[in-house]
Ligand binder design. Structure first.
Ligand code: SAM
Ligand code: SF4
Length: 369
């Protein structure tokens, strides 16, 4: 069996059943997979870690995803939207801490006040930082026109997880109504790619009803779409959501963590030059989760810049790591944590996806010829 895995690890492309085999490894074979992924990352991207200072802009959401604490019908949450000044203070903090990029994330809304506000904030962040701060948005599904406006305002990366590439599973974790549409989610990914964003997507790992085959197909989906970045993390059941009733069906914390590491490692082999986030959810279920994900192949971390008073209310899942840490504490802690696993944080840089940058250059060369 060991030789099979060794042989498999020498390949560059994998079919679904080979990915399932890699996602099923344990013990010594899992170590071989993780070692190969680290070797691949170091070869293509070095030991650099990029930062995205996370601004949890608002927890108001029009959706009712069955897994998320911010879902519209969860009345236990006090809803907030940060003021413009609070956002600008986060930017000042990002600059003080030498973070080259921020990610503005929030519940999904499509009303005019919201779409105008995001456009204004993006422009203002660019103006105030004299273009030095890179901006990632993660504000859900929008029309092509809205994505374009935000892109033209200066956002150049967008993160929209598909949550799962399996339509049947999608409807087990979302309500079946006109607001939640698998087809629309997929179309949004295509629109983001077409608009010119460095497009990121991803899935949750360890969902009830999810199989290893589903996860293998998620990896093939990322590859097929040729996305620039991926954020994957363990599913963490939230007591105020409908999926809580299935908590006994989900794998243990250890199993979810180990499957997350294997997903990251296999994807690093499949797409060596993309950006991959080590999600905060990793650290929530395992004290060393973020470091383990970086050693398995991730190269992006999202330290929280949000004001203390809002953090408890951005409760996607319970017991989120670092909720009580100040941004300054996060800064020191992350720097030390990355050093302990022989990685180095690149400050003052946008940290764009190498895969994206190379593809863009190739396309430009082809057009010129
Ligand atoms: N509203 C936007 C969206 O859905 O794309 C962005 C914010 S949403 C809170 C960001 C991500 O949180 C989702 O894409 C989902 O994968 C993740 N998430 C939500 N609930 C979760 C849970 N219970 N456990 C782990 N991740 C969760
Ligand atoms: Fe809203 Fe995003 Fe949570 Fe779904 S995952 S309920 S869209 S914040």
């Amino acid at each position: 069996m060991q030789t099979n895995i060794q042989q498999l690890l020498e390949k560059r492309t994998f079919n679904e059943s080979e990915i399932v085999t890699l996602l099923s490894v344990k013990g010594e074979e899992m170590k071989m997979l993780l070692d190969k992924a680290l070797e691949t990352k170091l070869k293509f991207l070095d030991n650099n870690v990029h930062l995205r200072g996370l601004i949890e802009y608002s927890n108001k959401c029009r959706k009712n995803c069955l897994y998320c604490g911010l879902r519209k019908d969860n009345n236990a949450v006090d809803r907030y939207e940060m003021t413009d000044n609070q956002v600008f203070q986060c930017i000042e903090l990002a600059q003080k801490l030498n973070y080259g990029s921020v990610a503005l994330q929030c519940g999904e809304r499509q009303d005019k006040h919201f779409t105008d506000k995001i456009e204004y904030l993006v422009k203002e962040i660019k103006r105030r930082s004299q273009g030095t701060i890179g901006i990632t948005l993660s504000c859900g599904e929008q029309s092509e026109q809205t994505y374009r406006r935000w892109f033209n305002a200066g956002a150049h990366r967008y993160l929209l997880r598909i949550e799962t590439a399996n339509e049947e599973l999608y409807y087990k974790i979302h309500p079946k109504d006109s607001v939640h549409s698998f087809k629309k989610r997929m179309e949004c990914i295509d629109t983001l790619l077409k608009t010119g964003y460095q497009t990121g997507t991803g899935v949750m790992i360890g969902l009830p009803f999810q199989t290893t085959e589903d996860l293998a197909r998620d990896i093939l989906f990322f590859q097929q779409k040729d996305v620039a970045m991926v954020g994957m993390g363990p599913f963490i059941p939230h007591p105020d959501t409908p999926l809580w009733q299935y908590r006994d069906l989900i794998p243990s914390k250890e199993e979810r963590m180990s499957m997350t590491l294997k997903m990251i490692a296999v994807l690093r082999l499949v797409m060596p030059e993309i950006n991959m986030v080590s999600a905060t959810a990793n650290q929530t279920i395992d004290d060393l989760g973020r470091e383990k994900a970086v050693v398995a192949g991730a190269n992006v971390i999202m330290p929280n810049l949000s004001p203390q008073e809002n953090r408890e209310e951005y409760s996607i899942y319970p017991d989120k790591a670092c909720v009580h840490d100040t941004p300054e504490q996060c800064y020191n802690c992350l720097d030390i944590r990355m050093h302990t696993v022989s990685h180095k944080i690149l400050y003052k840089e946008w940290g764009d996806s190498v895969a994206f940058t190379k593809r863009k250059q190739q396309n430009e060369t082809t057009i010129k010829q």
